[in-house]
Design a protein around this ligand. Sequence first.
Ligand code: APR
Ligand code: PHB
Length: 393
Amino acid sequence: MRTKVAIIGGGPSGLILSQLLDLQGIDNVVLERKTQEYVLKRIRAGVLEQGLVDLLHTAEVAEPMLKNGAMHDGFQICYNGRSARIDLKGLVGAGVMVYGQTEITRDLYAARKAMGGVILEEAEVTNIEGIHTKQPKVHFSRGGENHQLACDFVVGCDGFHGASRQAIPAGDLKTFEKVYPFGWLGILSETPPISHELIYASHDRGFALCSMRHSNLSRYYLQVPLSDRVEDWSDDKFWHELRLRLPTEVAKNLVTGPSIEKSIAPLRSFVCENMRYGNLFLAGDAAHIVPPTGAKGLNLAASDIHYLSNALIQYYHDGDESGLDGYLETALKRVWKAERFSWWMTSLLHKLPSGAGENGDFTHRMQTAELDYIFNSPAALKSLAENYVGLPY
Ligand code: APR
Ligand code: PHB
């Protein structure tokens, strides 16, 4: 087999890239180790920056999002029994689109099928050879047989646990990581959301987040110890704890119901700075992970794909390699800014263990002082808002 661009991973990153290249007549193949059905079972965040909305427009898959998504002009932060609204639209003239990542992935698979896109399901990449040559080869297993895909470029869109990063020699890898000492217990319920906007709650008992997918599908999260297991949390225990972490006047609006999905996810910050290595490019979770507090995971994948798709189009249409040569530096600049914001928002709102050399709950006092400062400083509010809606590409 041969193609121009071999894309490893049929998640949002790989699918958006495949769609954008195909629309420009650039031959590509997506290798996805799971089935589409399996991929669509993943429940992920649903807050879209304008840059991602624009990218989905360019990929000609925006229609379902515009029909079923909802623009949010602000969100709430609760702490020390009080609630305060971050007026995104008023502060920075932009909001965010709330539309589930699962739905985006579904829309992308439908668009790829309609265009006759080549997505090989249950195709597990096992090795990538020749990434410093003009003819890299991607080895994958499928149907119990070994196959090879020759290409000009390999794009690793295969997530944190993928194969593409493994193709970079350990001695050349430049990675940075922080693992947080807690996880997020998430629940999905077919109930009306507690509020029409998202609520981020900082509480002595731990962080909580109230989100949604649509008017009758709510998404809630609780910060839990890493030692907790999903089976430790009955629905009733979850709803009881969520109420305790919200101000009374907010909690009274909670509509509970049976969970249709419940899972615990660890939180980490991770960056692999080798976003280009020869003719291998990394994008999305293959290159970086953010704690979900700032909802930057998919949005950061979007800016990677924006830069890389434009660079590949420039190369194939005009023979201009400048975009490919500039991808690493351009993408990394935005990656580290989103990593900073996600780390900052996580550190601000979660119950943290005391730091080395601290007596008393110094860390909690710092968090309270920062929140008091933010809510009394137009400049600080604007800074939070411009990062939340998304920094420019
Ligand atoms: N061969 C083929 N496919 C693979 C391999 C492999 N060796 N390893 C992983 N994959 C596939 C996975 O099955 C998955 O479908 O790559 C895909 C990676 O998709 P994601 O993990 O969703 O990563 P990405 O597309 O970059 O999307 C980033 O999704 O995970 C969330 O929080 C993340 O919102 C962010 C967004
Ligand atoms: C979600 O809806 O899953 C969600 C929303 C906002 C976040 C994280 C997750 O910051």
